[in-house]
Write a protein that binds this ligand. Sequence first.
Ligand code: NAP
Length: 262
Amino acid sequence: MASFSLGIEGRRALVCGASKGLGRACAEALAAAGCDLVICARTDAPLQAAAQAIRAASGREVQAVACDVTTEAGRAALVAVGPDPDILVTNAAGPAPGRFEDWGEAEWGAALAANMVAPLQLIRALVPAMRARGWGRIVNITSGAVKAPLPMLGLSNGARAGLTGAVGGIAREVAKDGVTINNLLPGHFATDRLEAYYAALAAARGQPLEAVRAAVAAANPTGRVGDPAEFGALCAMLCSAHAGYVTGQNLLLDGGAFPGLF
Ligand code: NAP
């Protein structure tokens, strides 16, 4: 085989949380595969810079919408610019770590709104046109914590597990119409979020940042953390023309860190 196409040239993709990190890597991979993009993040300047960089690298059309996808107004602004995508990648920052004793209804409500209800509302808004067209790909960026819940991250563990359960059912409802819904579960990827995690660990352990970085990498079977480009490439593969029989799945990208068989 001389070359292999993902078969999504000319498709339109809406990628949330895409000015940096994993969302940006997904946007870059989809643009490289020939998709035109609508991307968003809350902060306009880095978002515009990301859009410009992706445009220059791929030659594809990239529209940028500064908005907060965890609010109804933010989602409305995004959907107004990209009302009819073939591909949707949902993503937003996760809740801060903390102690479960400190979390009342307000904290749980905010976490569920951001990491469960927001992606579900975007899916609700955009899936009818995908179904009508008979083709669609939806990827939710969740967390390895869905398989192995982490201490101190209860808000994230709970909200993401809720999203996982909800889309598990929805994926089976829309499968007949050519729409797939899958979740990508990152372990440790080299993004700003991971840098913040290193800093918190270094403070908690009283260790230098470099020692914490080295320990996190050494604890992984691969001896390293993930490259966001690896994450983006798998996202693009799940969004490809060839992945129509993969749906309702939770794919862990963690270098083998999770020790279970399933
Ligand atoms: P990141 O490097 O901090 O990037 C997050 C991106 O999303 C930025 O573009 C950010 O821009 C945007 N964003 C955040 N909240 C948003 C919102 N409410 N509305 C619109 N855009 C928003 O984070 P990441 O490492 O890529 O993580 C992405 C997701 O994966 C997060 O939910 C994270 O918890 C999860 N995760 C990451 C790892 C990892 O190792 N990296 C591991 C497990 C889970 P603005 O701040 O300008 O909005």
